[in-house]
Write a protein that binds this ligand. Structure first.
Ligand code: PLP
Length: 451
């Protein structure tokens, strides 16, 4: 408070002579609301600086307000270059879409579509029809639907099969996935009564058998997506759970659909859960599937029908743009080799040493004092926590700036470049960048080091 008083006393004349919002706004020659917002922001910032006794010299009210108006015109949600090597980076928008999915979005967005219209019958149709056939073919399930995201899928499945009844879950699977998704909380929201069985590290079939009574609505299995328990551990396999005689909801999280990809070996395959007889298998569209945000539900005809007709289904429904992207992405999976070539997430997972080294070297050549070293990145997105994706990366010596300051400058670049700081170095991982993005990232680093 002392500084504030001193500041206001010393800068009193300037505080009193600040322009009025209306006066400054009128000088900007911009739409009224834009001008007023920018003027108000500029004046408030100047007043705060004066009161804090830290006013930058040579303030030009007009230029300041104009700059703020211009900054406000740039999109707030914008593209960034992901140099972290984390493929499914939830903070950076998870999966970049295949080109086919981008085209499908553009087509669905720019005109009308048969979203809920049956072209044969000339009558109302179902939005689920666009992906149900593909999901059945790819997973072997009798029926399928898509909702907003996997959290929605789990909530809907639990509500449809177990509201007002008991939902049995192993204590080893009462997990938190991230973004406030906690299995016990989701079960509570569904209206089912959670019945915990087993222990944190070991749950046996007999634990489930003892817990199942006349009130049992379903058994739920939740994949330990972002961590693993090791050592003295035991969980019941999906085939055994499906033999218990109650419907099984299997939340596999990422959901491995791609075949023949050794990197995915540690994720539960959707097909296996379907073949085992799970009533509903839930998985994400934008994790390792590499498509848009969506929650996929595949299972028995009866269970999926109960989900479709549940009142929550409308609240959790998928929008037409995501649906268009999802259909296009799933179509790629009909040809596994094509999926590996065209789904960016799969391509990055399987990227070869030569490709990564070439891109890392290209960055090194453009940056003074950079080196190519080996480092490991994670898949991210709460998947495959034990998998280390090792490969060549470009490591930048930040010099006197320090790595955190260099990282900050890169975030202020257009487009922003998000790197990884490790042991005082700034690391640029070629796995999550295209050749062109790697060139832009290197140019940004060169400029940041020089500036
Ligand atoms: C990620 C995940 C979810 C939530 O999926 P979203 O698509 O992010 O809603 C639910 N369950 C498991 C096991 C997960 O890994």
């Amino acid at each position: 408070m002392v500084a504030r008083d001193a500041g206001s006393r010393e800068h009193g004349p300037e505080l009193r002579s600040l322009p009025s919002v209306e006066e400054l706004a009128a000088s900007l020659e911009l739409p009224h609301a834009v001008a007023v917002a920018a003027a108000r922001e500029a004046i408030a910032a100047r007043r705060d600086a004066l009161l804090a006794d830290d006013p930058p010299a040579g303030w030009d009210a007009h230029a300041d307000a104009l700059a703020r108006a211009r900054a406000g015109e740039a999109p707030h949600l914008r593209g960034v270059i992901n140099a972290t090597g984390v493929i499914v980076h939830t903070n950076l928008g998870r999966a970049p879409l295949p080109a086919a999915a981008v085209d499908a979005i553009a087509a669905a967005a720019s005109g009308y579509s048969n979203l809920e219209y049956d072209l044969d019958a000339g009558a109302r149709g179902s939005r689920h029809a666009h992906v149900e056939g593909l999901l059945r073919e790819l997973t072997g399930a009798e029926a399928a639907m898509a909702v907003n995201n996997c959290a929605s899928a789990v909530l809907l499945a639990a509500a449809a099969l177990a509201a007002g009844r008991e939902l049995i879950v192993s204590r080893g699977q009462l997990v938190e996935i991230g973004g406030s998704f906690r299995v016990p909380d989701v079960v509570a929201q569904s209206g089912a009564r959670l019945v915990e069985v087993g222990t944190t590290n070991r749950t046996r079939l007999a634990d489930y058998e003892r817990a199942i009574g006349p009130e049992a609505g379903a058994v739920m299995r939740a994949h330990q997506s972002n961590f693993r328990t090791v050592g003295f551990v035991e969980e019941v396999e999906i085939e055994q759970l499906c033999g218990l005689g109650v419907p099984v909801i299997d939340d596999v999280g990422s959901g491995a659909l791609a075949e023949r990809l050794p990197e995915l070996a540690d994720e539960p395959p959707v097909r296996r859960s379907v073949a085992a007889g799970a009533a509903i298998v839930c998985f994400s569209g934008d994790k390792l599937l590499g498509g848009p945000q969506a929650g996929l539900m595949v299972g028995t005809r009866d269970a999926i029908e109960r989900c479709r007709t549940h009142p929550l289904a409308r609240a959790l429904r998928i929008d037409k743009l995501s649906l268009a992207a999802l259909e296009a992405t799933l179509r790629l999976y009909r040809d596994p080799a094509r999926a590996l070539r065209e789904v960016p997430v799969l391509r990055m997972l399987a990227a070869g040493e030569d490709e990564l080294r070439r891109r890392a070297e290209a960055m090194r050549e453009r940056i003074d004092g950079a080196d190519v070293i080996r480092a490991a990145a994670k898949v991210g997105g709460g998947a495959l926590p034990l998998l280390e994706l090792e490969g060549p990366v470009c490591a930048v010596d930040p010099g006197d700036h320090g790595a955190d300051e260099l990282a900050r400058r890169l975030r202020a670049y257009e487009p922003p470049v998000i790197g990884r700081v490790r042991d005082g170095w700034l690391v640029l991982d070629p796995r999550t960048m295209s050749d062109d993005e790697a060139r832009q990232a290197a140019a940004a680093v060169a400029a940041a080091l020089a500036g």
